[in-house]
Design a protein around this ligand. Structure first.
Ligand code: PHE
Length: 360
C-alpha cells in the first residue's frame, strides 16, 4: 500500500501542532473518524487480494495505533497545560491575613444626623458648627439671656472651672445649639440659612433625659421670612424625615428669650406595646422649640434687625431618632451596650440621601 509514510508524517505533524483540544479533535476526525483518511483506507482493504490485504492491513493498523497514541499523548499534555494555566491564574496567597466584615455599626444618632442634613441641604441649608465648651456670652447673653434672667436656672448648666482669682464668668458646656446661631451670623452675616447639629449638656437624668444629648439648630434669616416659612419648613422636614405622606404638628405658643413670638412644636404619635409610632394615635411628643429670631439676638450677632428677620428652631435629635426607629428608652442610646448597638445600628454604607431613599 502506497503513501502510508506520507500519511504518517502528515498526521503526526498535525497532532504535534494542535494548539488546543478542539484543534486536536479535528485532527482525530480527519484521520480516524468515520470518514477519516485512515478509516477510508481500511475500508479499501475489502476489495484486495487476500495476501495483499494481510500485508496492507497490518501496516494500516500499525499506523492507526501510532496516530491514536500520539492523539492521546497530546490530549493529556494539553489538559496538563490547561490545568497549569488555571492554577496560575487562580493563585491565592493563603498566608495573607483575613479581612473580616466590619462588626461596627453606625449609631442611630449619627444616622439621623446624616438624614436630617440631607433633607435640610436639599432646602438650601448649610451645616454650621460651634464648640461644645462655650463662653457664657455665646450660650446666654448674646441670646438675650442676661445673668439675672430666670431662664439661666432652667438650663441646669454644667460650668467649667476658672483659675483661682479669675472672676470672669466661667465657660459652660453649651446647654443648647443656639449659640451657633450667633457664631454663624457673626461670621457670615445675612442672608443666611444654616443648621447646626451637635451635642448639648444639661444636668438631667430620667427615662427621657440624659446629661448629654443632641440638638439640631435651624436658622433662616432674610428680608421677608415669616412664621409661615417656619411652619412649612418644619412640616416638609417631618414628612421627608419620617417618610410618611403626612404628619401632624401642633404649634403651642411658648416663650424663649431669643425668639418672639415663640412656639413649641409637638408631633402626633402613639405608644403601643412599648413602641412609639408617629403620625397616628392620641399622644403628642414635643420635638422642638422655635420662633422668630429676637431683634436683640440679631443685633448681638451684628445683623441689622431693621433690615433682616427670620426664624430659628432647636430640635431634639435623640427624640426624633426614637420616634422614627421605635426606640423606647433614651438612656440606652448612651450605654454602649453592644447588643443594643447591633440591633439598632446601621450598616456603614447606608448613606442617606434624598434621591436614593433616606433609610431604605
Ligand atoms: N434653644 C432652645 C432649647 O434648647 C430651642 C430653641 C431654638 C427655641 C431656637 C427657639 C429657637 O430649648
Amino acid at each position: 500500500m502506497d503513501g502510508l509514510d506520507a500519511l504518517k508524517v502528515k498526521y503526526l505533524t498535525a497532532v504535534a501542532n494542535a494548539a488546543d483540544e478542539a484543534g486536536l479533535e479535528e485532527v482525530r476526525l480527519a484521520a480516524l473518524g468515520k470518514k477519516g483518511e485512515i478509516s477510508l483506507k481500511m475500508r479499501d482493504l475489502g476489495g484486495m487480494e487476500p495476501t495483499q490485504r494481510q500485508a496492507a492491513g497490518a501496516m494500516l493498523n500499525v499506523l492507526k495505533d501510532e496516530i491514536d497514541a500520539a492523539l492521546r499523548a497530546k490530549k493529556a499534555a494539553l489538559a496538563d497545560t490547561a490545568l497549569d494555566e488555571r492554577l496560575r491564574s487562580e493563585w491565592l496567597d493563603v498566608t495573607l491575613p483575613g479581612r473580616p466584615r466590619p462588626r461596627g455599626t453606625i449609631h442611630p444618632v449619627s444616622q439621623v444626623m446624616e438624614e436630617l442634613t440631607a433633607i435640610f441641604a436639599d432646602m438650601g441649608f448649610a451645616v454650621a458648627e460651634g464648640p461644645q465648651v462655650e463662653s457664657d456670652w455665646f450660650n446666654f447673653d448674646a441670646l438675650n439671656i442676661p445673668p439675672e434672667h430666670p431662664a439661666r436656672q432652667e438650663h441646669d448648666t454644667f460650668f467649667m472651672n476658672r483659675a483661682e482669682g479669675d472672676d470672669r464668668p466661667p465657660h459652660v458646656l453649651r446647654t443648647h445649639t443656639s449659640p451657633v446661631q450667633i457664631r454663624a451670623m457673626a461670621e457670615q452675616g445675612a442672608p443666611i440659612r444654616v443648621i447646626a447639629p451637635g451635642r448639648v449638656y444639661r444636668m438631667d437624668m430620667d427615662q427621657t433625659h440624659t446629661p448629654m444629648f443632641h440638638q439640631v439648630e435651624g436658622l433662616a434669616i432674610d428680608r421677608n421670612i415669616s412664621m409661615a416659612n417656619l411652619k412649612w419648613t418644619l412640616e416638609e422636614f417631618c414628612r421627608a424625615f419620617f417618610e410618611v405622606p403626612s404628619v401632624e404638628l401642633r404649634f403651642r405658643a411658648s416663650h424663649f428669650p431669643f425668639t418672639e413670638p415663640s412656639a413649641e412644636v409637638d408631633i402626633r404619635c402613639s405608644w403601643e406595646g412599648g413602641q412609639l409610632k408617629i403620625g397616628q394615635g392620641d399622644k403628642w411628643m414635643e420635638i422642638l422649640g422655635s420662633g422668630m429670631v429676637h431683634p436683640k439676638v440679631l443685633t448681638a450677632a451684628g445683623v441689622n434687625p431693621d433690615e433682616w428677620q427670620g426664624f430659628a428652631f432647636g430640635m431634639g435629635i435623640d427624640r426624633i431618632a426614637m420616634l422614627k426607629y421605635g426606640i423606647p428608652d433614651l438612656r440606652a442610646f448612651f450605654e454602649s451596650d453592644l447588643r443594643w448597638l447591633r440591633h439598632y445600628g446601621f450598616a456603614a454604607l447606608d448613606m442617606p440621601d434624598l434621591a436614593g431613599g433616606l433609610s431604605a
